[in-house]
Design a protein. Structure first.
Ligand code: ADP
Ligand code: GLC
Length: 495
């Protein structure tokens, strides 16, 4: 099985969220199962050096923006072969993968990611400058969605194409005039194609033209077929229901395990839970200027600050939660209004609220280890990785029961406590009052001490490693033949 796995971000080379973690660890798990995997991403500033990549081919100039090169290197952790799309004018910039340093989307994101998609498609074809050709193409999110459309537009032989939805809220919708500029016939710009409310939608291209669709949790797979979660594409998804499945993400426990985590002042496994948590909590409190009080419940948040993540609900409940004596340590960046509001809260409550606006891999790990509770009041959450990591660190998640949050956290109900399945605290409605009540319930458990350690131990024992998910992706790949024809039977489905 020869798999080309294309993503706009891959940890540790470029990361804005969970997609990067998945794009690093899923292909690594597939590689361990014998799949011949190549990764493809753009050569953002610094990436070629980190991946020790060298130019191996010219890719051409499809949109008249100048020549691009293909570089070949390897993933720094898994060692998987990595291809980089090198077009310095489009990708070698100071700033993030999608936005400039001030947080504005790059104005040419359409051309940047159309070129990434075009490259992914090109590498699957006889015209590819490389001898190695995939018989499976796995695309992720809107940034790669047009690859599925290119392969259809060009016709002829092509690999099976899987498109994974990590988030329906980001769609890559651009002006219709791009249709011919990107080399597509107008016949693709219809309701049955990639047209979406008068625009060219890269997400819809993936949804319509890929052979199989997946999303990152079973619950989200159902939710996105409804108007409340489909962001206008629920009808398209319902129409493809037989090709859509939900495969829960995994966690990479080589990166996220408190027993081996190099970022922590003190490492701990389940047997050192009490001392380990105490030491890490004290370190977080003193590093961030919080009162070093072991009895104060420490609530932590590690999150993009966006509407999705329900951060406005967090702001709304903070006055009451702080009155109860809890502390908040928040690491995040995103929406400027939310950044300012959380910074103002920290300034008003020194010693009780610490806010770090920005991105810090090390602090994310230390908060996972030092916190008592991790808050994720997301309005929707395709999977969510932070709560899965929190479980392993014995930091109990407080989550809205949606998407992957519902699939990974078991609420501490009476029954779940009794049969020892509980791992956290779940609330049903994304409202401030439901969230506040849930935090109070969780803090009640923390303060009473009863059940607290067993709950933490139960959380730490959960296994969300990638093996199970990798097996499901393999089954899906095996169900596909080149050109997207379904395999006749499992036994004959050699790829
Ligand atoms: P999403 O992908 O929607 O942002 P996930 O929970 O799937 O949410 O993944 C978030 C990932 O991004 C986790 O690895 C988390 O540690 C990381 N992360 C989020 N915000 C920050 C930040 N400000 N600094 C460091 N890591 C962050
Ligand atoms: C997206 C989703 C998040 C998911 C991640 C990885 O960023 O918002 O829920 O965990 O992708 O699949």
């Amino acid at each position: 099985m020869r798999l080309l796995f294309a993503s706009s971000e891959i940890y540790p080379l470029a990361k804005t969220g969970g997609l990067a973690d998945v794009a690093a660890s899923l292909p690594a798990a597939l590689g361990r199962r014998g799949v011949d995997v190549r990764l493809l991403m753009p050569a953002y500033a610094g990436v070629a050096v980190a991946a020790e990549a060298k130019a191996v081919a010219r890719l051409g100039n499809p949109f008249g923006l100048g020549d691009s090169l293909l570089l070949e290197g390897h993933h720094p952790d898994s060692g998987n072969k990595l291809w980089l799309l090198d077009h310095p004018i489009l990708f070698n910039r100071a700033g993030g993968p999608y936005q400039d340093a001030a947080g504005a989307d790059w104005p040419d994101n359409d051309m940047r990611f159309a070129l990434l998609a075009w490259t992914a498609a090109r590498l699957c074809r006889a015209e590819s400058p490389m001898a190695w050709k995939p018989n499976l193409l796995h695309l992720n999110d809107w940034q790669t969605g047009l690859a599925a459309a290119y392969l259809r537009a060009w016709g002829g032989a092509r690999p099976g194409v899987v498109f994974t939805i990590h988030n329906m809220a980001y769609q890559g919708n651009f002006a219709a005039e791009r249709v011919p500029q990107l080399g597509f016939p107008w016949s693709f710009y219809t309701m049955q194609g990639f047209e979406f409310w008068g625009r060219l939608s890269c997400l819809k291209a993936g949804l319509v033209f890929a052979d199989k669709l997946t999303t990152v949790s079973p619950t989200y797979a159902g939710e996105i077929q409804t108007p409340s979660f489909g962001f206008g594409m629920d009808g398209v998804l319902a129409g493809r229901a037989k090709d859509l499945s939900g495969i829960l993400n995994g966690a990479d426990y080589k990166v996220w395990d408190p027993a081996i985590d190099p970022h922590l002042p003190q490492r701990y496994g389940p047997d050192q839970l009490v001392d380990g948590k105490a030491a890490n909590k004290a370190a977080v409190q003193s590093d961030l200027g919080l009162d070093t009080n072991p009895a104060a419940p420490l609530l932590v948040v590690i999150s993009r600050l966006s509407d999705q993540k329900g951060m406005d609900l967090l702001l709304a409940v903070m006055p009451a939660v702080l009155r109860s004596g809890a502390q908040l340590a928040l690491l995040g960046s995103g929406d400027k209004g939310l950044e300012d509001a959380f910074s103002a809260l920290a300034a008003a409550r020194p010693g009780q609220v610490a806010v770090h606006i920005g991105y810090s891999e090390g602090l994310a790990h230390r908060l996972q280890a030092g916190g008592d509770l991790l808050l994720m009041p997301s309005r929707f959450e395709p999977c969510g990785l932070s709560q899965i990591y929190a479980l392993r660190y014995g930091t109990l998640p407080v989550v809205h029961g949606t998407g992957g949050l519902a699939d990974t956290v078991v609420d501490a109900t009476f029954d779940a406590l009794l049969n020892r399945t509980a791992t956290g605290f779940v609330f049903d409605q994304p409202t401030a009052s439901a969230f506040q009540w849930c935090i109070e319930r969780a803090v009640g458990f923390f303060r009473s001490g009863e059940h607290w350690r067993p709950l933490q131990r139960q959380a730490m024992q959960q296994d969300f490693g990638w093996d199970q998910a990798a097996a499901r992706y393999l089954d899906l790949y095996r169900s596909l033949r080149p050109n997207g024809a379904p395999a006749k039977s499992r036994r004959k489905a050699h790829l």
